[in-house]
Design a binder for this molecule. Structure first.
Ligand SMILES: Cc1cc2nc3c(=O)[nH]c(=O)nc-3n(C[C@H](O)[C@H](O)[C@H](O)COP(=O)(O)OP(=O)(O)OC[C@H]3O[C@@H](n4cnc5c(N)ncnc54)[C@H](O)[C@@H]3O)c2cc1C
Length: 385
């Protein structure tokens, strides 16, 4: 199929944000959309993520966004006629080891409850009922929310792409956008490795790479690529570790069991800013050390794969989402700092509303691209890894 040379909306980036936003736009009747992906869809951070989806944040905006996202993750399989895709509501379990942590998490749970998220503070013994192999000798409390969970990013991406193609939306893989064409402060299109495309609206959903375009356009928005890593283990008895288990004391570790019984997760060891994604031995060693402190029985299983991926980080670990005032027709949704997979449904919905109606009822002000230059950083988002 030949690529169109004129579209209404050009989306840079075929990750979960770009594809989901295309879907929300298409659902609203915008037909002439094209997605440009420099490699294959999902190949950026999305296929490298830890699969986690949680509403246990510490601020109102992220909790509201995630509550909406979970509603949408729940129905996505049906919406895209791909019932194989399902969010598994297996919960998130935060293990707490000192009074300071307990105080912070109690405050977070109260806020989450006030916004309709049914998280709760539980005892170490109750945590052990949820994950029987836990070592709770140092744990003094935990928080748990059953409506958090996980989803398979491969099924999400392929399901969305299949549905988009059925809806007549163009997804161009191996098509790199080299420049956003701007004339008299108005977007006119994109210049790709396969030719120029006219478009009045461009969405930059290139996440870790978003700053390359911003810099070329003279915009100073702090989004930097950091190398984080993940692992999967060989399968073991299914259902042993249902929730995402998190321990800030032990390396900022997070892990859960996948549908095939293997473990997936990581720790808070990062390198950068850097474009290098080479996996490190230091990470492998620290993952093993920290995971086995949380569940000693894990020493009996082997790690079978390790990979690097980008967190597109901002100074307050919150994304940058909105309309760019200096350039008419230019929108940005990037800098997801390690929680962009889970946020994608609400981000896409809000972005589609913003583009088609000029406003959204979702709390996009929180992610205002201009907060940095005003020196109004948000409270650091609760970040895994
Ligand atoms: C180890 C690890 C664990 C993680 N765990 C979680 C988790 O448990 N839960 C969670 O919510 N998030 C997690 N994340 C973060 C999550 O992966 C990202 O926030 C999310 O995938 C961002 O989606 P995106 O679509 O914005 O970016 P991406 O998936 O990176 O998509 C951007 C796309 O833009 C393309 N692109 C770049 N430049 C160009 C160009 N010039 N032309 C065309 N295309 C271009 C890239 O190739 C890429 O495919 C994790 C990340 C890592 C690395």
């Amino acid at each position: 199929m030949t690529m169109k040379n004129k579209v209404d909306i050009a989306i840079i980036g075929g990750g979960i944000i770009g594809l989901y936003t295309a879907f929300e736009l298409a659902k609203r009747g915008v037909e002439n959309i094209a997605v440009y992906e420099k490699r294959y869809i999902g190949s950026g951070s999305t296929f490298r993520c830890g699969t986690g989806i949680r509403q246990q944040f510490g601020d109102e905006a992220n909790i509201r966004m995630m509550k909406r996202s979970v509603e949408k993750w729940t129905t996505l399989g049906d919406e895209m006629d791909f019932p194989k895709f399902k969010m598994a509501k297996t919960g998130y379990l935060f293990l707490l080891y000192d009074e300071e942590e307990v105080k912070t998490f109690k405050r977070n749970v109260a806020l989450q409850n006030s916004l309709g998220v049914p998280s709760k503070v539980i005892t170490p013994e109750e945590a052990k009922e949820i994950v029987p192999t836990l070592d709770i000798s140092e744990v003094i409390a935990a928080t748990f929310n059953q409506t958090d969970g996980k989803a398979n990013p491969f099924l999400a991406v392929y399901g969305l792409a299949r549905k988009l193609r059925k809806m007549g939306i163009e997804i161009n893989e191996y098509t790199e956008v080299k420049d956003i064409i701007v004339k008299d402060s108005q977007v006119e299109g994109v210049r790709t490795t396969k030719g120029e495309i006219k478009a009045d609206i461009v969405l930059n959903a290139a996440n870790a790479w978003a700053k390359i375009f911003n810099e070329k356009l003279g915009l100073n928005i702090p989004i930097e690529p950091y190398k984080h890593q993940g692992i999967v283990s060989e399968p073991f008895k299914k259902g042993e570790i249902k929730p995402m288990v998190v321990s800030f004391k032990y390396g900022g570790a997070y892990f859960t069991q996948k549908a095939n019984g293997g473990l997936i997760g990581g720790i808070a060891l990062k390198y950068g800013p850097t474009w290098d994604l080479t996996p490190t031995y230091e990470f492998l060693r620290e993952v093993s050390r920290n995971f086995t402190r949380i569940i000693p029985a894990l020493k009996h299983i082997s790690i079978i794969r390790q990979w690097g991926g980008y967190y597109a980080e901002t100074p307050d670990h919150n994304a940058v989402i909105g309309k760019i005032k200096e350039i008419e027709g230019y929108y940005l949704a990037a800098g997801f700092s390690g929680h962009g997979f889970m946020l994608a449904p609400a981000v896409a919905e809000g972005m589609a509303e913003l583009i088609t109606k000029g406003h959204t009822s979702l709390p996009f002000d929180f992610y205002d691209p201009y907060r940095f230059e005003r020196g109004e950083l948000r409270e650091q988002a609760v970040q895994m890894g």
